[in-house]
Design a binder for this molecule. Sequence first.
Ligand code: ADP
Length: 441
Amino acid sequence: MYPKDLWRLTLFVLLALAVGALFGYAAEAVALTVLGYCVWLYRNLHGLLAWLRDSKHREPPEHPGVFEEIAVEIDYLRERHKKRKKKLANYLKQFQQATRALPDATVVLDEDGAVQWANQAAGKYLGIRWPEDVDQRITNLIRLPQVRDFVQEHDEAHTIEIPSPTNPQRFLSILLAPYGRDQWLFVARDITQLHRANQIRSDFVANVSHELRTPTTVFKGYLETLLDQQDQCPPSWRPALEQMSAHADRMQSLIEELLLLSRLEREDHVPDPQPVLVSEVLSEVLREARELSGPHDHIFSLEADPDLRVLGSRNEIYSAISNLVFNAVNYTPPRGIVQVRWFRDESGAHLEVQDNGIGIGEEHLERVTERFYRIDPSRSRDDGGTGLGLAIVKHVLMRHDATLDVRSRLGEGSTFRCDFPPERIVAEEVQPDARRQDGAA
Ligand code: ADP
């Protein structure tokens, strides 16, 4: 007990004892005093409670002793709490002002994808307004399948690009970041300029390639005619004609591959996907690979699930597979082994092209799919390589929701693996129909 109160109680009890003893009622006097003290304590507690409940405009109650100390302590804590609350509110206001002024559209979503807060740029780029759109699902406000999948999968590892719902001429890059407890930040950045620059580059490459196509064909045609009529040309012209013909061939494949890449880049998905019987494509590619190997006598092995089909474009899949298999031949010394596997498991359908050739150094692995990236440019050129093969493979796979995994060791060989997701596999029951479509293609 608080010392002052203890003294006070002791004094009252002693006084009551003395007065009570004088009149012969000592015990009754002490009991009455203690009871009075309890009533007094209760009154003070009640006063404290009333002040606690409604202390907005009142000073702390002035009860003597421990109650006064408690009231002062509570009052001090309250003031401190009030100041802290004000400070936090100020911080929050400043934060909201800063994020409202951010040039990127920022929307706070709850775990179900419903809007909790949005800044000004969100109104401009996404048409989402705060507080009007609070508690509306973002997938109802932006009705695009990519956004729906992106938000549902909580895909924080990737970004997606979409046209702005408020202005289709504008392009946005969207990212999702976990925020607070079960909340998500949906951030949209204006990438219209970047998109335009990419478009200009891609159009430029496509136009130049297209313009070069006809002259190269004419040039190549005349060269072939001249080579066919060598007897009418001076013998000293022959090496020059042969060299020109080889370069014309290279230029033609470069132009064709650049045009193919431009076509692949134009859209993220295959426009009219059909079931593709990959085992059949593989047999065709391997036939050509044997011809390419010619006197180098590479050893080929093929293990393929004969009925495994994926939904996509046969031409594109053919192009990707042939690039991988022909690379395996080109970068594997004579009598080397090229193994091809096509199989499925619970994670999807997989194509593996493995060789025991020259391999790729670890420092190049990240970059081999970049266009024109060649580890040994002169060797690649000698083999007729354009440096675009793996870029084409990557784009084809992207258009089929598939990914490329490259494993290699310098001097030991390489394994290129294409992983198609299970959704791309054509279910068994549609096979007869699919067989007809394939045959038609
Ligand atoms: P290229 O037309 O030069 O073959 P690609 O894009 O197909 O162009 O391949 C890029 C580079 O990756 C090649 O120049 C080569 O250095 C390397 N590469 C590709 N496939 C293989 C392989 N199977 N073994 C070793 N190196 C390879």
